[in-house]
Design a protein around this ligand. Structure first.
Ligand SMILES: Nc1ncnc2c1ncn2[C@@H]1O[C@H](COP(=O)(O)OP(=O)(O)O)[C@@H](O)[C@H]1O
Ligand SMILES: [Mg+2]
Length: 500
């Protein structure tokens, strides 16, 4: 059901107060206008600056001038207005902190229930005081569809038809790509970006549209465009996980869809710190040639009460608007302190944010592939790990001997050394229980004595450094054993470790 159809039903069913979440005043107003007409109702629109338009006919007595502040007057007017009306209040949410406004709205909800009168709030964010939760029905007004965008594009083309300086001729395939790239923008943004493209490039250019999307991601402040610098070849080991990912490289294409393959949802990488979870997450984007957005988990959950819920919705919306894309949530457990009821009380906000996130993961239809990482499973709420959230939970263990060889190779090469000049097997044997990060540390650390003595990096430098580094796995032996035990029953291994 479209949002307009849903609103139509709600109005006819006499729901007293609706709250539409959208940036697009113009589009919403247009659609409400049509709806109201179809239902034979008068649509009144209110803003703080313009007041009520058209003016309201009161049921009792002549109009009397009031000295009430605008927002209270608006509610008073609605209270006294005749039936067969729809009231659209734009940007009303700032006033819903005032106890008088809240009280009046509750009274209104009672009065309007059963009357052919509907109050509609419209704003870009959802801010709803607890007192009103039961009286207000929230409707998410979705962004324009491909068809809406196509209409806008056609309008643009018609508008510049006579202009010899711009090219608007496109093959159907090109047109489809432009329309797809603009999905996730508001209709006003679509219009602006098409106009800008015509001015800058003299044609409809996908790059210009994508640049606009980067802006949106930046402005959201919750997500960050992450440049894809790491390739799969920068990651040592994890063969099973790499294999799994490789099989899904084309899973987001139309071809895969036609074949009956559902778009992958996401993976969770659990495991020992420093073993390349974050590194692998970054490599997925390059491997699949998709843009990657990093979700700032701390910022979403850490913000003011009430805002966090809106934040997570917004982050999801922005990510979906860039889809297909990879959404990277690093060290997921950090956001969830308190969900398990660990003494920290934030009046359930974290739990609600978390619930929103889980529901999205379960039901999401847009091609956003979530790559989450976590070091500490005990901090993750168990619901997160249930079937249906992630496609797969992978356990990233300490690298085995073969994997350590690969990791030495990668980091020696990265520092301009030929791995063949070293006995990698011996290095691997000397670094049992070391993580990838520690191996990198050994390679970097060994460069110093060699540089100091004015000679080339030697096998002994590396072995000496290996002895000097105490791996975390020694200090955290028990924790790692516990984690492995836990993971053995619940996760899939990232690598088929043959030996230590
Ligand atoms: N399997 C690996 N292959 C290559 N380098 C690795 C590997 N594991 C760790 N490293 C090195 O250690 C750094 C830190 O690892 P990171 O991905 O942050 O670990 P984690 O997220 O699991 O804690 C990486 O950027 C990389 O340079
Ligand atoms: Mg990490």
């Amino acid at each position: 059901m479209t949002a307009a159809a849903e609103i139509d039903v709600l109005i006819r069913a006499k729901y007293p107060i609706l709250y539409l979440v959208s940036w697009e005043e113009r589009r919403v107003e247009e659609q409400l206008g049509q709806l109201a007409k179809g239902l034979n109702r008068t649509l009144h629109t209110w803003t703080l600056t313009q007041g009520m338009k058209p003016p309201v006919t009161r049921t009792s007595g002549p109009a009397k001038p009031t000295t009430l502040p605008g927002e209270l007057e608006a509610l008073a007017l609605i209270y006294e207005a005749a039936e067969f009306t729809v009231f659209l209040l734009k940007d009303f949410h700032p006033y819903m902190k005032d106890p008088r406004v809240i009280r009046l709205m509750r009274d209104l909800a009672l009065r309007l229930r059963g009357r052919s009168q509907t109050l509609i709030l419209l704003g870009p964010t959802l801010v709803l005081p607890t007192e009103l939760e039961k009286d207000v029905t929230v409707v998410e007004f979705p962004l324009p569809t491909a068809k809406d965008i196509e209409e806008t594009l056609d309008k643009c083309i018609t508008a510049v038809k006579e202009n010899p300086n711009v090219t608007t001729k496109m093959k159907p395939r090109e047109k489809e790509i432009i329309i797809k790239s603009a999905q996730g923008l508001t209709l006003d943004e679509v219009e602006s970006v098409f106009a800008r493209s015509l001015v800058e490039k003299k044609k409809f250019d996908v790059e210009v549209v994508l640049e606009e999307k980067k802006q949106i991601v930046r402005k959201s402040g919750l997500l960050e465009y992450y440049p894809t610098q790491n390739k799969m070849t920068d990651v040592g080991g994890m063969e099973l996980l790499k294999d799994w990912l490789e099989k899904r490289t084309d899973a987001f294409t139309d071809k895969a869809k036609k074949f009956g393959i559902p778009a992958p949802k996401g993976i969770l990488l659990l495991g020992v710190q420093g073993c390349g979870k974050s590194l692998l997450a970054k490599a997925v984007a390059a491997e699949w040639a998709l843009p990657m957005l990093k979700l700032d988990v701390g910022r979403i959950f850490g913000s003011l009460v009430g805002q966090s819920e809106e934040n997570i919705r917004k982050a999801i919306r922005v990510a979906e608007s860039v889809a297909p894309c990879i959404l990277w949530a690093d060290e997921l457990e950090k956001g969830f302190a308190g969900v398990g009821g660990s003494g920290v009380s934030d009046s359930g906000t974290t739990a609600r944010v978390f619930a929103t996130f889980l529901t999205w993961m379960q039901e999401k239809t847009k091609p956003v592939f979530l790559v989450a990482t976590a070091n500490d499973v005990s901090a993750l709420p168990p619901e997160m790990l249930r079937k249906g959230r992630f496609d797969e939970i992978f356990f990233v263990d300490l690298p085995d001997a073969d994997e350590r060889v690969q990791i030495f190779e990668i980091h020696l090469k990265k520092r301009g050394r030929d791995p063949k000049a070293y006995e990698l097997q011996a290095l691997a044997a000397a670094t049992k229980g070391y993580s990838g990060a520690e191996i990198e540390q050994i390679v970097v650390g060994a460069l110093y004595p060699a540089f100091d003595a004015g000679r080339e990096l030697s096998q002994d430098d590396l072995l000496g450094e290996a002895r000097a580094v105490v791996p975390l796995s020694v200090m955290m032996r028990e924790e790692i054993d516990e984690l492995r035990h836990w993971a053995a029953q619940r996760t899939r291994p990232a690598s088929d470790r043959k030996g230590d």
